[in-house]
Design a protein around this ligand. Structure first.
Ligand SMILES: Nc1ncnc2c1ncn2[C@@H]1O[C@H](COP(=O)(O)OP(=O)(O)OP(=O)(O)O)[C@@H](O)[C@H]1O
Ligand SMILES: [Mg+2]
Length: 657
């Protein structure tokens, strides 16, 4: 087409100034509208950009789990930010000028400079309420089993699922009534969450006043179950869910002294290096020395009501292994599955190292929440070294000055504040109760060197140390807890409990005696290695023999044997007494009686077997059905007879009592 004839030769400088004909006019109006519309869009885009500029910052650099961003609005340390279109979760850890450093808890690959960074203005929190038990979470409280059922094992990035089921209705049973005055952390009602645990619903923090309405019945965690009227007349609806910032410890009324033991059923622990309820313990050990097996034994057998297991992933497949096995574990204390009273927090491999930190804090916070409900909670972290390695990596990227072996100085503060969140406390509330959180952390020193910074620092802040020994593990002496390096600062505080509750007044005297004998035994062992056992005096040879009997018959404990895996504390006291009373008489007889003759005695044969023979076992069901009551009488009977016989034979004056 050559153009419209009427426009030929005329001014045609603007499409908006066409003057001829109706059709022309309509076209002009249409174009005008289009132009205005374009302007509007342009204006809107500019506006959105402007608003975004105020409400979001943008990425300027990415370095592994560390993102540097600029112009993030109102940044505070600890604020959670969302990065990029997938809204990856990160936390502000440094601020300098208009720049912030963000540790990102999700995989940062794909994040580019200029990607938006939104500040939520809120810290990382844990959502707490019914439905939390039996869960396997990651450090951001993503319920992994729910995610896996939707997306399979390879979870796409940026997938966000509510930590607690918001649809499920729970049967709420009030324990308080209308008109009752309440304060934070008072229990207002309960929910039977699993077969073995009653979830106690707490009045949220910062809410106190009078209950003006409380509703029995089935509700979701988002529906109000009570209304509380504050002093100034405000009405607050309370639900069964609360949120708590993970890095802030939950307050309590008062800390109580650690005077109750957390019985574990492991003889070397309960007898020699006990841990108190609300105490803290570290279990350092080189590769394959038994950290995981020990922590799992503690999870199964210790006298805690709630178990929180934080897996920081030693090896990639170990975590997967633990996740599949943990829900299968039977709970010997309830007859149900252990998971019914547990929460598992796993650092799955698709999360970057920074998420280990989130896992640890998430675990502790959930622990404190159940402590506030009046439960005794045990938290196991395997292994805290992996967390510290993440801190080191991030510190390096931040340019922090390394102090020792590349670790920044603030690991001391991090380790201290982690273990300090343990404790036996009296909770807040008008009706306070007692609860405890015991923390046990595995430490994996590279090369088994306990002087390395993480192990050395951890040892300063824990009440109990179970030092795992490579040599013992190699000799298959399990638990490979070294009795000279380990310690418990709770021994004196627990003395009364053992004396009164377990009716074992001499328990700690026997304990001290046994440690002395072990020490002497080790000294003799070293000498005998040089000069040969035969060159030792007869009495010394007896001490050496006894030490071996005591190690095999008391310290060594097989986590996989039906009887041996758990020895009740009162049985521990009786076996320990048997060993010590045997020693007292025999060591005197050994002045003259040849050690070979002592070795052949019935009592010598019985003693190391007491750890198995105390129990009556149902072989078919593989469980203990009773205590062999006459066993200890039979043992003392043999001992008495044999001592009398030997005393007679060798002309020694001795009595068993
Ligand atoms: N109490 C125990 N009773 C019997 N066997 C044990 C005991 N403790 C450890 N073992 C044995 O030692 C092996 C290694 O233990 P475990 O996996 O707990 O070591 P670890 O210290 O966690 O190792 P890693 O450093 O690789 O994580 C177990 O597979 C088991 O055979
Ligand atoms: Mg392990």
């Amino acid at each position: 087409m050559q153009g419209h004839p009427s426009t030929k030769g005329k001014h045609n400088f603007s499409p908006y100034l066409k003057r001829d004909g109706n059709t022309q006019n309509t076209a002009n109006v249409g174009m005008l509208i289009e132009f205005r519309y374009k302007c509007l869009i342009y204006y809107e885009i500019t506006l959105v950009r402007l608003v975004r500029k105020i409400t979001t910052g943008y990425v300027i650099r990415v370095s592994g789990p560390l993102v540097i961003a600029e112009n993030v609005p109102n940044p505070k340390i600890g604020d959670v930010v969302h990065i990029g279109d997938n809204k990856l979760i990160g936390e502000i850890i440094r601020i300098s000028g208009n720049r912030v450093s963000i540790q990102v808890y999700e995989d940062t690959s794909g994040i580019r400079p200029k990607d938006p960074v939104e500040n939520t203005g809120k810290p990382l929190t844990a959502k707490l309420g019914p439905g939390i038990l039996k869960q396997i979470y990651d450090g951001l409280q993503t319920p992994l089993t729910v995610v896996w059922s939707k997306h399979g094992p390879f979870v796409p990035r940026g997938v966000k699922v509510e930590p607690l089921d918001t649809q499920k209705k729970w049967e709420f049973v009030p324990t308080l009534k209308e008109g009752d005055e309440v304060e934070p952390v008072d229990i207002i009602g309960t929910v039977q969450e699993t077969a073995v645990i009653q979830h106690r619903i707490l009045v949220p923090h910062r809410v106190s006043g009078k209950i003006i309405d409380i509703r029995e019945g089935k509700y979701t965690i988002k529906e109000p179950i009570a209304t509380i009227q504050t002093k100034d007349g405000k009405k607050i609806e309370v639900t069964m869910m609360q949120e708590w910032p993970v890095k802030i410890r939950r307050p309590y009324k008062k800390k109580l002294p650690p005077t109750k033991p957390l019985i574990t059923g492991m003889r070397v622990i309960d007898t020699f290096f006990p841990i108190a309820m609300g105490g803290s313990a570290a279990i350092p050990g080189g590769f394959g020395t038994g950290k995981t097996v020990t922590l799992q034994s503690l999870a199964k057998w210790s006298w805690a009501d709630i178990i929180i297991y934080v897996g920081c992933g030693e090896r990639g497949n170990e975590m997967a292994d633990v996740i599949t096995h943990f829900p299968e574990l039977d709970d010997p204390r309830t007859g149900h599955k252990l998971i019914e009273r547990s929460i598992f927090i796993a650092n799955v491999s698709n999360l970057p190292v920074a998420a280990r930190e989130a896992s640890v804090y998430m675990g502790v916070t959930i622990g404190e929440y159940f402590r506030d409900q009046g439960y005794n909670v045990a938290l196991m972290a395997d292994s805290t070294s992996r967390w510290m390695e993440a801190v080191r990596e991030l510190g390096g990227r931040l340019g922090d000055v390394p102090v020792e072996e590349g670790f920044p100085a603030y690991i001391v503060q991090l380790i201290a504040s982690f273990y300090e969140r343990s404790g036996r406390v009296l909770t807040l509330g008008r009706r306070p109760r007692e609860g405890s959180l015991t923390i046990m952390g595995a430490v994996s020193p590279p090369g088994g060197d306990f002087l390395e910074p993480v192990t050395a620092t951890t040892m300063r802040f824990v009440g109990t140390l179970w030092a795992l020994d490579k040599k013992l593990a190699f000799a298959r002496h399990f638990p490979a807890i070294n009795w000279t390096l380990s310690f418990s600062r709770y021994v004196d505080l627990l003395r009364d409990y053992f004396a009164k509750e377990l009716n074992a007044p001499r328990f700690f005297d026997y304990r001290a005696r046994a440690l002395k004998i072990l020490e002497e035994g080790m000294r003799l062992e070293d000498i005998s290695k040089i000069i040969g056992e035969k060159a030792l005096q007869n009495k010394e040879r007896f001490i050496l023999m006894f030490t071996k009997m005591f190690k095999d018959g008391y310290l060594v404990q097989n986590a996989f044997d039906v009887v041996d895996r758990y020895t009740p504390p009162e049985i521990q006291a009786r076996i320990l007494e048997a060993f010590m009373r045997y020693y007292e008489v025999m060591v005197r007889l050994a002045e003259r009686v040849p050690v070979e003759e002592i070795a052949g005695l019935e009592s010598t044969r019985m003693l190391p077997r007491l750890k198995f023979s105390w129990a009556v076992v149902d072989e078919e069901e593989e469980r203990i059905v009773g205590v062999n009551e006459e066993l200890f009488e039979r043992f003392y009977e043999s001992l008495r007879k044999e001592v009398e016989m030997l005393a007679d034979k060798y002309g020694i004056r001795i009595s068993l009592d």
